[in-house]
Design a protein around this ligand. Sequence first.
Ligand code: 26A
Length: 346
Amino acid sequence: MAAPQGYPLLCLENPLLDIQARGDDTLLEKYGLKPNDAILAEDKHMGIYEDLLARDAKLIPGGAAQNTARGAQYMLPEQSVLYIGCIGKDKYGEVLKKTCEEAGVHTEYRVDEAQPTGKCGVVITGHHRSMCTHLAAANEYKIEHLKQPEIWSLVEKAQVYYVGGYHLTVCVPAIIALGEEAAAKNKTFMLSISAPFIAQFFKDQLDSVLPYTDYTFCNETEAIAYSEGHQWGTEDIAEIAKKLALLPKKNTQRPRVAIVTQGTLPTIVAVGSATGTVDVKEFKVREISKDAINDTNGAGDAFAGGFCAGIVSGKSLDDSIDMGQWLASKSIQELGPSYPFPKQTY
Ligand code: 26A
């Protein structure tokens, strides 16, 4: 049962089960994968899940914004986070639901009768991860689900919206509906670009939702992919962050903040203003010894989770960035996009 008072943070995207194993160049070459990338699976990729299982793959709850939702709830009081997406009527879907419940995240999944729950093959080579996603049921999310009165009343009760950019391949109308709600009532709307292919091949969809964003997240490769796609003629991260911060904005009552993470390099934050000036700051990451790193899959999602927790609890921009960097440093010490148990406190 949904809490009658609702949940301050609402996250929307693609619920996936990660099938994660260590791989090597032979496996990457077999499927034509880059060591560090995220793609949508085509027919030729469908064998990868069996191959990963044959390599003793671990099944780990994933889906980028679902990881962010669990991360934010990790740092917030009980009943703070609602997650929405589409799963299948199967065992994997049950696993995802249970994991969210255990993490204290309330879910309102659409359950598709025909398609299985989506899965993401994750090939780990050193500190790189290559992800190949078969969306299946996750691709069946529909705006009609969001508009059901009992779900929409939760949308209205939320104060902060976080959408994973991967959802741009699935249901743009749902993203726009959240963006409109946020803009009309001066609530906070955040979006992560999620992967270079979103900036390259879902450029129009991305550009249709960016005006709603109060916070735009990306990493350095996504920033460069966006810049290339828009012929900005620069690979300078601070320059790109500035331009992202100054893109047209629907709600002019808030400045846009563009946040670019760069692995172990400092996080670049650009804060725009209505007058066209922009302020850029750098934040060092929390250092972790190489031996303490388990895998970096989900580090960006964890960063966004900690950051959302900061914004939801009314913390300053600087403090929210630090909360993001803290949660990312915790997540990379776990297997996959997970958080330490028993719970550690910030
Ligand atoms: C549509 N695509 C490609 C995706 C994803 C995705 N989540 C949603 N949609 N491709 C990979 N992921 C998730 O990214 C997390 C790491 O950042 C994986 O499930 C993984 O948990």
